[in-house]
Design a protein around this ligand. Sequence first.
Ligand code: 13P
Length: 288
Amino acid sequence: MTSLREVLNRAEADKVAVGHFNFSDLAAFNAIVAAARDQRLPVMVGLSEGEREFTGVRQAAALVKAVRDEYDYPIFLNADHTHSIANAEAAAKAGFDEIIFDGSALPFEENIAQTKKAIEAIKSINPAILVEAEIGWIGASSAVLDKIPDGVGVLTTPDEARQFVEATLVDVLAPAVGNMHGMLASMVHGNVRKRLNIERIAEIKAAVRIFMTLHGGSGTNDDDFRKAIKSGMTIVHVNTELRLAWRRGVEAGLAAAPNEVAPYKILGAAVAAVKEVVSSRLELFSSR
Ligand code: 13P
């Protein structure tokens, strides 16, 4: 079984990105796996602290292990946006492949200090786990938002990124480059798209020379995605688009069979809707 580091090394060399999709139920999980298997692409699945609280940390790890074992499939599990060392340790012990320690809301020096502690705690449990850290504020919720959250829009500078990586020796960096978590209603309707600062991505990549993740992928302009990946983004996170598809699928499933009570019959429409989103994103992220 190839490791996540090997998969990321190959993606970086090929100038493609590995898609990272969040889930908190079996409908979304199965949809992500089905979409990746159709295209024979490696995939990352992730859970925020809230999503992990719902599924269970070990339960999520067991689902991923089951797919790996059954199909010998390159699927990797990430503990998305982890804010405490205790939660990072729980994910490390459960067998996660990557853990994101998110100190982006802290002052810069405090983010460095906490990230170093998290790396030490995680690597002492399993040195093979990749640790990702975040700098810059891009908001915090994969939701439909009324307005852009306060403080979003300030870009990470190459100097800040270099200083952070040199001080922490983190494996993966998630900078602020015009991206944002969540979608405005205008993005849901498709007439407004998020735009990324491609030049800044290239400058930060040249400064840090480690893997970089683009968070807040939902609602991003397709061409900006392609350029961001060519300029150094090796992982791309998408969540809100999947949540919207899941909700629309559940609503359609309920409306189509008002007397149905079998969850697996109602949720088929949600699986199909999420799979469609994941398939189109994987195709874009893997195009050369
Ligand atoms: P979106 O919900 O904007 O796609 O962001 C997801 C994300 O970055 C999760 O880490």
